[in-house]
Design a protein around this ligand. Structure first.
Ligand code: NDP
Length: 287
């Protein structure tokens, strides 16, 4: 059996088309959705992510601002800029690219962003809202995964889900979203015993670890849906996921590739959150 591919590029193109239409409708009412991105330091991967986010905004008819700071910048400068962006009514979304240099208190930076503009959904207030089942902004990567599951018509109610990875950015919010859809969710991490025992039980397996090809075909239940969030490089410099695609696709029922899977959907859902924030501004104005 060869698994059905859940194509993140194709779904992204479709969703971005819908977002561009909504952005145009909002523009006609005098509001251009605007995302402000802050990058600190010279991490090459972060620079690429920021470039892609800014380009995607512009392609969808949204405005973007980009502030780039040297790695040794005084955190006070960044806090001041966040305060300015919070106060600027023409800015609807604010994103600080992670990771930040060591001399930054990342949590304090995320908390400084107004919850109404926190399009990454990392502010404690937004995390709490997600926990309570009433999200304001859903973190972009798990949001993208939910869209992929929906588009692939993967049954969720009662499904056994195993998520490998418990980060605040991916694993934990992913678990909350799937729990809200009545999945039975197990979260594994670096201290989990017998990882394969868990993964082999999964109807839906989400890998979000950051270790190239660690999930192999023999760890997958036949027919399972496999979502590969990981982004890694092989020794030859090629992009690959946390799942060993070649062996996994022979066992899984459906699988996301890397590249071309979850990655493009993450940026798409960032656009969706920014647009949503701008639409809320318009609704408040109209009241
Ligand atoms: P983190 O490093 O924050 O978290 C990794 C998680 O994996 C941790 O919970 C860790 O456990 C767990 N882990 C580490 N080793 C093992 C192991 N041997 N067995 C089981 N679990 C293990 O990573 P992120 O969540 O930020 O990212 C995960 C991956 O997803 C990365 O490759 C990242 O690049 C990618 N990513 C992709 C995105 C996309 O758009 N496609 C967006 C965001 C991330 P513990 O908590 O015990 O340390």
């Amino acid at each position: 059996m060869t698994a059905r591919i859940i194509d993140g590029n194709a779904l992204s193109a479709e969703v971005r088309g819908q977002l561009a239409e909504r952005a145009a409708a909002l523009k006609a009412k005098g509001i251009t959705p605007c995302l402000a991105v802050i990058l600190v330091g010279e991490d090459p991967a972060s620079a690429v992510y920021v470039r892609n986010k800014v380009a995607a905004c512009e392609k969808a008819g949204m405005r973007s601002l980009r502030d780039v700071y040297s790695p040794d910048v005084d955190p006070a400068v960044v806090f001041k800029r966040i305060a300015e962006l919070n106060a600027d009514p023409s800015v609807h979304g604010i994103l600080v690219q992670l990771p930040l240099p060591r001399h930054f208190d990342s949590e304090a930076v995320l908390e400084a962003i107004s919850p109404e503009k926190d399009v990454d959904g990392f502010h404690a207030e937004n995390v709490g809202a997600l926990m309570q089942g009433n999200p304001r902004f859903i973190p972009c990567t798990p949001y993208g995964v939910m869209k992929m599951l929906e588009s692939a018509n993967v049954p969720l109610k009662g499904a056994e889900v195993v998520i490998v990875g418990r980060s605040n950015i991916v694993g934990k919010p992913m678990a909350m979203l799937l729990l809200a859809q009545s999945c039975t969710v197990t979260i594994c991490h670096s201290q989990s015993k017998d990882l394969a025992f868990h993964t082999r039980r999964a109807d839906i397996l989400v890998a979000a670890v950051g270790r190239a090809k660690m999930i192999t075909g023999d760890m997958i239940k036949p027919g399972a849906t496999v979502i590969d969030v990981g982004i890694n490089r092989t020794p030859e410099g090629k992009l690959c996921g946390d799942v060993d695609f070649e062996t996994a696709k022979e066992v899984a029922g459906a699988i996301t590739p890397v590249p071309g899977g979850v990655g493009p959907m993450t940026i798409t859902m960032l656009l969706a959150n920014t647009l949503e924030a701008a639409e809320r501004t318009q609704m408040r104005k109209a009241k």
